[in-house]
Design a protein around this ligand. Structure first.
Ligand code: G3H
Ligand code: 13P
Ligand code: ZN
Length: 311
């Protein structure tokens, strides 16, 4: 099976009241852990690559690894550019075999965001590729860009219809209180999401797939293992899983997860070295890291996203 686009995945997810997991990938072990989990759960997948991942691992290596995963699993997998910030980057991924791209114009004015997104949509659609746009601005860290809480802003539901009509995007990322990275809420702060905004967006765009970025739960067990084995992570708080399940039952069809994968991998490696300080073969510590990613992703597919047995 070749790489697929997100179109059919989103149509089924919207109707079925579940979401597709969009997992960030940076190397072979991460791709293997995620795709082995999806195979066992018979789940469709979006594997996404940030510009940082592309710089780290190289475009061709990542595409070939994802193609190998498709050959091994036979699953419907879409390969997506996460947070593309220029037309040139999106074009390069489209030309290089991706089946979906995000153009993140959320740092621009509404008008400039529309113009940039429309330019990407025209090129992408001419090549059979789907496009995700973004309205509203999430707090947190993406690549080298750190958006402070005061610069973050919720999506304005009054703008979504005009944005979608004028750009022709296939899905829309919105800001309802999630944020990137491991420190989403301050210690003592109660995690909250603006479900009222999501409901309003759903009313304005019936049947249209919505995307949630910054959706890691920052699983406390991993942070505890990291800190019990030499790590020094301050209090880290993520999005409660019941909120993600609720979003998945609404218009949210794609849920982005990266930080939880990083924590799962780091926790396994730190725990391994605490137990076997004499080890130096990367296979010895990358095997438990890959296994931990697999069990995390199985948990997300079944208990959070609800997309198991939907491939
Ligand atoms: O939203 C950002 C993703 O977690 C990707 O992170 O840009 O450090 O690869 P990265
Ligand atoms: P997290 O940092 O919450 O995993 O978000 C990842 C993300 O939104 C990637 O685009
Ligand atoms: Zn994101």
């Amino acid at each position: 099976m070749p790489l697929v686009t997100t179109k059919e995945m989103f149509e089924k997810a919207y109707k079925g009241g579940y979401a597709i997991g969009a997992f960030n990938v940076n190397n072979m072990e991460i791709i293997q852990g995620i795709t082995e989990a999806a195979k066992e759960e018979n789940a469709p997948l979006i594997l996404q690559v940030s510009s940082g991942a592309r710089k780290y691992a190289n475009h061709t290596y990542l595409v070939k690894l994802v193609e190998a995963a498709i050959e091994e699993t036979g699953l419907p997998i879409a390969l997506h550019l996460d947070h593309g910030d220029t037309f040139e980057l999106c074009k390069s991924c489209i030309d290089g075999g991706f089946t979906s791209v995000m153009i993140d114009g959320s740092h621009h004015s509404f008008e400039d965001n529309i113009a940039l997104t429309k330019q990407v949509v025209e090129y992408a659609h001419a090549h059979g590729v789907s496009v995700e746009g973004e309205l509203g601005r999430l707090a947190g860290i993406e690549d080298a860009v750190n958006v402070s809480d005061k610069d973050a802003s919720y999506t304005d539901p009054d703008q979504v219809q005009e944005f979608v009509e004028k750009t022709g995007v296939d899905s829309l990322a919105i800001a309802i209180g999630t944020s990137h990275g491991a420190y989403k809420f301050k210690p003592g702060q109660k995690p909250q999401l603006r479900f009222d905004i999501l409901e309003e967006v759903e009313k304005r765009l019936p049947g249209f797939p919505i995307v949630l970025h910054g959706a890691s739960s920052v699983i406390p067990e991993y942070v505890n293992i990291i800190n019990a084995n030499g790590g020094r992570m301050p209090d880290a708080i993520g999005i409660p899983e019941d909120m993600l399940r609720k979003a998945a039952s609404m218009a949210v069809c794609k849920i982005n997860i990266d930080s939880d994968l990083r924590l799962a991998m780091t926790a396994a490696i730190r725990e391994h070295f605490a137990q076997y300080p004499e080890h130096f073969d990367p296979r010895q510590y990358l095997s438990p890291a890959r296994a931990n990613i697999k069990s995390l992703v199985k948990h997300k597919l079944v208990n959070v996203l609800g997309c198991n047995n939907k491939a």
